[in-house]
Design a protein around this ligand. Structure first.
Ligand SMILES: Nc1ncnc2c1ncn2[C@@H]1O[C@H](COP(=O)(O)OP(=O)(O)OP(=O)(O)O)[C@@H](O)[C@H]1O
Ligand SMILES: [Mg+2]
Length: 260
């Protein structure tokens, strides 16, 4: 209760890895909680939390048998994380894929909805996020954790950039979460894990081909070494991908012709 008061009374709850996103049915207020009983209820009702407690390393492989995995397993301690509840995240969330020390892809996080301002501000958003990730996040995570491939979730305060890159400060960006660069763990949303994100030749393919994607608008991203990838958002309101429908990405995104 003390912690929750310190954070403003209402908190967002998760374990070190996952939030109980699948248990909102057991809560009156989504993942916004103010009482220890509600926290217990949410954690107890979530399969995602169950997975983190029972088999958090199920998808982890120590390819070079360096012992890193074993050491991580022995040190791993599940913790309950309480964060200040952010009311203004809304549709300003992006998921960014960083592979081998370079930004590769950014997609809007909530792909169920169309956000007009995201599409409108695509160019500026791409520049701001590329700069922030390439200059601040990539060097920081490498220096402290030797991590060069990861998936970063962040939110950008909703704003109109009125055509200029203007006075943009990093305080307008909230880091939400950092996830493993793994197709077992992390949803690739408007990208395709196998054909795009895991494909070592994809940057070259993207640079040489014009992809027209149904219902998706994309913007080229440039870092210090030139073209690095794409930012994708939904383009129109009648595009409604569902993780339960086969070929949810529409024909263009299913990449039948995308064998390199
Ligand atoms: N502090 C916060 N306040 C309000 N909402 C939040 C907060 N942190 C996260 N959320 C919301 O909850 C969602 C899931 O949060 P988070 O990414 O931490 O969970 P996760 O279990 O790691 O999800 P995933 O498996 O997709 O990575 C976010 O997309 C965001 O909308
Ligand atoms: Mg996560």
């Amino acid at each position: 209760m003390k912690v929750s008061k310190k954070l403003g009374g209402e908190v967002f709850v998760k374990l070190n890895w996952s939030a109980p996103l699948d248990a909102t049915w057991a809560s009156a207020n989504q993942l916004k909680v103010s009482h220890p009983l509600h926290i217990w209820q949410l954690l107890k009702c979530s399969d995602r939390i169950q997975h983190d407690l029972e088999a958090p390393f199920r998808y982890a492989i120590d390819r070079e048998e360096t012992g890193v995995l074993q050491s991580a397993q022995s040190k791993h301690q599940p913790s309950i994380i309480l964060k200040k509840y952010l009311t203004d995240i809304g549709g300003g969330e992006y998921r960014c894929f960083i592979k081998s020390g370079r930004l590769l892809a950014i997609t809007q996080r909530d792909i169920r909805a169309f956000y007009n301002y995201m599409t409108k501000n695509l160019k500026q958003t791409g520049k701001i996020l590329t700069l922030f990730i390439s200059e601040k996040i990539i060097p920081l995570l490498y220096e402290h954790l030797e991590l060069d491939s990861f998936v970063l979730d962040l939110s950008l305060k909703t704003m109109d950039f009125d055509g200029s890159d203007g006075d943009f400060s990093d305080s307008n960006i909230n880091i939400i979460d950092i996830n493993p660069f793994s197709n077992c763990y992390c949803d690739s949303l408007l990208f395709d894990w196998e054909n795009e994100l895991m494909n070592d030749n994809v940057r070259k393919f993207w640079a040489e081909h014009d992809l027209i994607l149904d219902g998706v608008v994309q913007e080229k991203l440039y870092d210090w070494s030139g073209f690095c990838g794409f930012l994708r958002t939904r383009m129109k309101e009648n595009f409604s991908p569902s993780q339960f429908l086969e070929g949810r990405m529409s024909k263009d995104l299913s990449f039948d012709n995308f064998k390199l």
